[in-house]
Design a protein around this ligand. Structure first.
Ligand SMILES: O=C(CO)COP(=O)(O)O
Length: 247
């Protein structure tokens, strides 16, 4: 849809060294795809390093942040610190934050609120686990996750929703274009019913879960699929093909 610019995020997760990031940055700095917003999320420790080397056509995101601006929270980073070093985006509620670090919908909601108030744009992640899909409760799970996001958002222009079914993350088991489109369409309808038609039309909903250079074009055809959040393949040269999936 013309009013929703294609969006591709690269989530490097806990991967990379200065040397390997140099290779990724060199590759990304050749990108020339004005029809796509590109955002990469390196590990926190390398945010400043990447910002200083990457082309202005690629924006930089943190993979997480805390829900207050400063204080006695050992090991955490705040949105204020991120904006201070020039980071404009943050990924929140990634499935690994939810399921490895036990982050709850409540905590993710407060992080979304504080990050937005601090001037960051946010990529909140939602998605069902395999047992939830098999039990037929996918919609229930993702709508519940959406509710905690919605309750904490005023300005939807600064939000890109990432739908990442947990069973498809890092497994090589991508959702079929049909499965992804089905949930994206339902999420858009949920936004229309629970926020507004205008927000439903303009908010980008991106897909994540084993996206690669080979499957991205087919997935991008889904009318409600506005881009991708890419893990493993964002560390490889094929990330450039994914950025151009819709070009
Ligand atoms: O979690 C993801 C992006 O945030 C997806 O990871 P993979 O692309 O490695 O499956």
């Amino acid at each position: 849809m013309a009013e929703r610019k294609f969006f591709v995020g690269g989530n490097f997760k806990m991967n990379g060294t200065k040397a390997s990031l140099d290779d990724i940055i060199t590759n990304l700095n050749t990108v020339n795809c004005p029809v796509t917003d590109v955002v990469v999320a390196p590990p926190t420790l390398y945010l400043d390093y990447v910002i200083n080397k990457i082309t202005s056509q690629v924006q930089v995101a943190s993979q997480n942040c805390y829900k207050v601006s400063k204080g006695a929270y050992t090991g955490e980073v705040s949105p204020a610190m991120l904006t201070d070093i020039g980071v404009n985006w943050v990924v929140l509620g990634h499935s690994e934050r939810r399921h490895v670090f036990n982050e709850t919908n409540e905590l993710i909601g407060s992080k979304v609120k504080h990050a937005l108030e601090s001037g960051l744009s946010v990529i909140p992640c939602i998605g069902e686990k395999l047992d939830e899909r098999e039990a037929g409760v996918t919609e229930q799970v993702v709508f519940e996750q959406m509710k905690f996001i919605k309750d904490n958002v005023e300005d939807w222009t600064k939000v890109v929703i990432a739908y990442e079914p947990v069973w498809a993350i890092g497994t090589g088991k991508t959702a079929t274009p049909g499965q992804a489109q089905e949930i994206h369409e339902k999420l858009r309808k949920w936004l229309a019913d629970n926020v507004s038609e205008a927000v439903a039309k303009s908010t980008r909903i991106i897909y994540g879960g084993s996206v690669n250079g080979g499957n991205c074009k087919e997935l991008a055809k889904g009318k409600d699929i506005d881009g991708f959040l890419v893990g493993g393949a964002s560390l490889k040269p094929e990330f450039l093909d994914i950025i151009k999936a819709n070009a």
